[in-house]
Design a protein around this ligand. Sequence first.
Ligand code: CAA
Length: 260
Amino acid sequence: MEYKNILVEKEGSLAVVTINREKALNALNADIISELFAAWSELEDDKEIRAVILTGAGEKAFVAGADINELNKLDSIGGLEFANRGQSLFWKIENSELVTIAAVNGFALGGGCELAMACDIRLAADTAKMGQPEVNLGIIPGYGGTQRLTRLVGEGTAKLLIFTGDMVDGSEALRIGLVDRVYPAADLIEEAKKLAGKILSKGPAAITSAKRCVNMASNSTLDSGLKFEVTEFGAICATEDSKEGTAAFLEKRKPDFGGK
Ligand code: CAA
């Protein structure tokens, strides 16, 4: 499919999706949300693709939030629909079988920070600026920020960031657990690709199962999460990859995973 506001590049089992609206700092408007929905479905249907790096065009921004021109026109029902649509997309990304790495190359504010948080892993440039500045606009986060930020950084730090609207730089984002690694801006995409390559070299079913299990940890009690892990463990032990991975260890050779 042809996209106007995003770029989708495929390199083997990896796709790089770039939000490409640099003049508005890659702010998410309705068209971009629709194109990301379509791109995700396309990538999920492409059996070759197993990992996605999500980033923003240019050097300044990952995504500077939802489009404030659209926000300005919303009434109550419009606001509900707006938040639901963005949340559905981010839920789809978070629960996709694709491994997602956010390469936060600049401003990741409001919906941009929320998009990064819906990804599995966040790598940031040292020049990144992240935050939930919605209160400056007289609104609250609507694409999951109150929930995912609290789970990532804890209630006190989430309230601090959301109540003040303050931005944090890459090193502070790393310190509070909002991102997982920080790199010089020039190295960010290469580092993201290296990380994706490492993950792609593992047993594919093991990675998707591990993703389901870790996601479950944020959505369930310990008891039901542990039961879920037992079920997933049973299923993974029946795969050919589990036989290959364990046999390769015992035979002192590299595994050759077939993805079955
Ligand atoms: N929506 C629409 N346009 C935006 C935008 C946004 N979120 N962020 C930036 N832009 C536009 C600016 O209007 C400007 O356009 P023009 O050139 O046509 O005037 C262009 O991008 C460049 O921006 P600035 O001139 O403001 O650049 P700057 O370097 O001076 O400032 C910034 C950068 C601090 C990121 C500033 O642009 C800013 O504060 N942006 C808004 C950030 C924000 O509040 N995001 C949250 C949105 S609400 C939300 O996301 C709710 C939710 O949970 C879903």
